[in-house]
Unconditional design. Structure first.
Length: 81
C-alpha cells in the first residue's frame, strides 16, 4: 500500500496530516479538511458511497470532514478517527 500523501486537496494546500492507519489520513487545510484514502483503500469503497460525497470527491479519495467522513467511519468501524 502506498503511503504517499497529497500536498493539495479540494479545500486547499495541506497544512497538517495525521495518519490514522495505513492508507487513511486526516488532512487539514487553512479553511477545511477531511479524510483521504489511498487508491488501494478507496477501491474498496462502493461507488454508491462515493456518489453520496460532496461533488463526487470520494471518487478521488477525498471525504470532507463534516458529512462525508461519516460514510468512511461506517465502512471502517474498527478505526477511531
Amino acid at each position: 500500500m502506498q503511503d504517499r500523501q497529497p500536498t493539495t486537496t479540494p479545500w486547499g494546500q495541506v497544512q497538517e496530516v495525521r495518519t490514522i492507519a495505513p492508507g487513511i489520513s486526516v488532512l487539514s487545510t487553512a479553511s477545511h479538511g477531511g479524510i483521504y484514502l489511498s487508491p488501494e483503500l478507496n477501491d474498496q469503497v462502493p461507488d454508491q458511497v462515493k456518489e453520496q460525497t460532496f461533488n463526487g470527491l470520494g471518487f478521488q479519495g477525498f471525504y470532507e470532514e463534516d458529512e462525508d467522513a461519516q460514510l468512511i467511519r461506517g465502512l471502517f468501524p474498527q478505526l477511531r478517527f
